[in-house]
Write a protein that binds this ligand. Structure first.
Ligand code: HEM
Length: 176
């Protein structure tokens, strides 16, 4: 996982829980590099998982809630860091439909070693169906990112989530 995901996670933890909490979870997680990440480096995603579990234990907030909140925060950071991806996009469903072939395809050009999920996307009537595939199990992150998109486009989504198999989760999204 790219270092920028780690550094953004650190910013959120520091802002929401404080610097001591950040130091504590870095200690708890027993990280191979002692918690030093550079934005362009690549690290094992399990290091992020270990820190989220440590944060969950200390904060008593369930892991899925933390990961989802991080996803929503991360979306806001993507808007700030990659404004070009949002040029002339006014429709949330058009934006989300392009995650696989446009956004993540561009991300892969920028960072050839990025480990991106795969999305199968289709529109069924007024529903956008996104099926997330990844063996890294970040469906909660995807849900948080989708919520971030709804906020960015100033829309209210109803999201129905269903695990299809160990590595696939379906999101059925309807605008309210
Ligand atoms: C401008 C918008 C976006 C940008 C720039 C972006 C970029 C990225 C980057 C840099 C990573 C890290 C890859 C790695 O660590 O190797 C990532 C991972 C991920 N992205 Fe996106 N992304 C965007 C929007 C979205 C949206 C809207 C979703 C959900 C629908 C999404 C779902 C994910 C997930 C779930 C991962 C974690 C990796 C995995 O699950 O295997 N992304 N993305």
């Amino acid at each position: 996982m790219k270092g920028m995901v780690f550094t953004e996670f650190f910013s959120l933890v520091e802002t929401a829980f404080g610097e001591d909490m950040l130091d504590d979870i870095i200690d708890d997680a027993n990280l191979p590099n002692g918690g030093a990440y550079t934005a362009v480096g690549t690290y094992n995603h399990m290091e992020l998982v270990a820190m989220v579990i440590a944060l969950s234990t200390r904060s008593e907030i369930p892991v899925p809630d933390l990961v989802k909140t991080f996803g929503t925060y991360l979306f806001g950071r993507f808007v700030a860091l990659y404004p070009n991806f949002f040029d002339n996009v006014t429709d949330s469903f058009v934006f989300l439909s392009g995650i696989e072939n446009i956004i993540h395809a561009e991300v892969l050009k920028l960072y050839p070693d990025a480990n991106l999920p795969k999305f199968d996307v289709q529109i069924e009537g007024d529903e956008l169906v996104m099926i997330y595939h990844s063996n890294r199990h970040f469906a909660d992150l995807a849900e948080g990112l989708i919520i971030g998109a709804s906020q960015h486009f100033d829309e209210d989504f109803k999201i129905v989530k269903a695990d299809l198999d160990e590595n696939s989760t379906e999101f059925r999204i309807v605008r309210q």
